[in-house]
Design a protein around this ligand. Structure first.
Ligand code: IMP
Length: 428
């Protein structure tokens, strides 16, 4: 029984829910291994729609154990708010386990996220403002607060003092803000500890034992490959590893236990926040994709930047993550276009690049080289077999597959959960 990693192939919001649904009945554990409440996914169960930012999607499946592992940064207030909203709607959330080693997002991380963004001026990253970057910065600087620290008041106070010492100088002298009181933070964090305690576990051990016992574990990556702090479009990235390697470091499950890596890729490309995006459209085609694909952020409501499919990015994703299967989503959004351009390579100052350039400034200057594919007008939302798709839609998928470095095993053809065409079993 396998360990499966599910990740985003582009800049996020690829629609991972489609892949989760396909795997659904076979999964015993769903692990969130990176990021925090900067993510956003809408899960539809029956007639009910749930918007989750922090909790793994598995929280809604009665037979699944949802896990928040060590690689996550946890805003406990948000965690409890999301749990309460689900409890109110009758969802049993008692199976959730949270790693003792996960780091905590506090009020000062949220404050710093906002003030540092403002000070960056034109160089803003466009973060979600949830304190993600500052919390990871503290983790790397070794002044972070971990979930386990909430159960020892002395240790907690020492750590908060250590974390605030330098920050208060910055807040007061550089950012002209008031200093944050140690007591305020300690009291706030301690107020969560009683409710949190029963959820806390050695999740690395639990997951390894689950795999030993033949269970199926799904590692659900937040954000996506091009937002990965090491392999994305740095510095316009999130502060964690959203690639498949992050599933190992972010959970404590060894990399050689991972059997499948599924990447979800949109039939076109979107991005929120700042940073390079070679195939971005500023014309009516961009509006067409945004309107037809409902491309507005789940977490911040921001309109997403939209552009054509970028095959070098898909190939890059296949290579960096060891992708075994792609799930191509939102193919139906392209219905009605006369021709569909696909970026096959880039022109950088007159030189052709078939792969994503390693240099940030080359990628900033990359001009897409497009190949055009004929479109289709037929409504494909009811199609469930690949052979029933219009010929031009099939040809588009096959062409994109040939350029993307791994097989396309499933295709999303509509917003409904069942609106999916399966070509290969994701676990086979
Ligand atoms: P942060 O993760 O809030 O620090 O934001 C860093 C960058 O990642 C910004 O461009 C965000 O818009 C982007 N980002 C973070 N989470 C998501 C997500 O779930 N989907 C898409 N973009 C995201």
């Amino acid at each position: 029984m396998p360990a499966i990693v599910l990740i985003g192939a582009q800049w996020g919001d690829e629609g991972k829910g489609k892949a989760t649904d396909l795997l659904g009945p076979r999964v015993d554990y769903v692990v969130k291994f990176n990021g925090g409440n900067n993510a956003g996914h809408t899960v539809v169960v029956g007639d009910e729609k749930y918007a989750l930012h922090l909790l793994p999607s598995g929280i809604l499946a009665p037979n699944v154990i949802p896990v928040i592992s060590n690689g996550v940064v946890v805003d406990i207030e948000v965690l409890f708010d999301e749990l309460d909203a689900l409890i109110e709607r009758g969802v049993d959330v008692s199976r959730l386990i949270v790693s003792a080693n996960a780091h905590v997002i506090t009020q000062y991380h949220r404050t710093l996220d906002r003030v540092t963004e403002r000070f960056l001026g034109k160089r803003q990253i466009g973060t979600t403002g949830r304190g993600i970057g500052p919390a990871y910065a503290d983790k790397i600087n070794r002044v972070g607060i971990r979930i386990q620290d909430l159960f020892d008041e002395n240790i907690l106070r020492q750590k908060v003092e250590g974390a605030l010492h330098q920050k208060n100088h910055m807040l007061v002298k550089v950012y002209n803000r008031r200093a944050i009181l140690v007591d305020e933070i300690v009291d706030d964090l301690l107020s969560y500890s009683e409710r949190l305690k029963p959820m806390v576990a050695d999740t690395a051990l639990v997951l390894s034992q689950a795999l030993d016992a033949g269970k199926t574990v799904l590692f659900e990556g937040g954000q996506a490959t091009m937002l990965d702090v090491d392999h994305g479009t740095y510095p316009f990235v999130t502060s964690s590893n959203a690639t498949s390697g992050g599933a190992a470091t972010g959970s404590g499950v060894a990399p050689n236990r991972i059997d499948r890596v599924i990447a979800v890729v949109k039939a076109y490309t979107t991005r929120v926040g700042a940073g390079p995006f070679p195939t971005e459209l500023f014309d009516a085609s961009g509006d067409f994709l945004r309107d037809n694909g409902f491309e507005f952020g789940t977490t911040t409501g921001r309109p997403r930047r939209c552009g054509w499919y970028d095959a070098p990015i898909a190939r890059y994703t296949a290579r960096i993550n060891g992708v075994t299967d792609f799930v191509l989503t939102k193919l139906d959004v392209l219905t009605g276009l006369e021709t569909i351009p696909v970026c096959v390579a880039y022109d950088v100052d007159g030189e052709r690049h078939d792969e994503v350039p390693v240099s940030q400034s080359d990628f900033h200057h990359a001009i897409p080289i497009y190949e055009e594919f004929p479109g289709w007008d037929e409504d494909i939302t009811g199609v469930r077999e690949f052979d029933d798709l219009p010929k031009n839609a099939r040809d588009y998928v096959l062409a994109v597959e040939a350029m993307s470095g791994s097989r396309i095993s499933a295709i999303g053809v509509g917003a409904d959960r069942e609106a999916i065409v399966v070509r290969h079993d994701l676990l086979d």
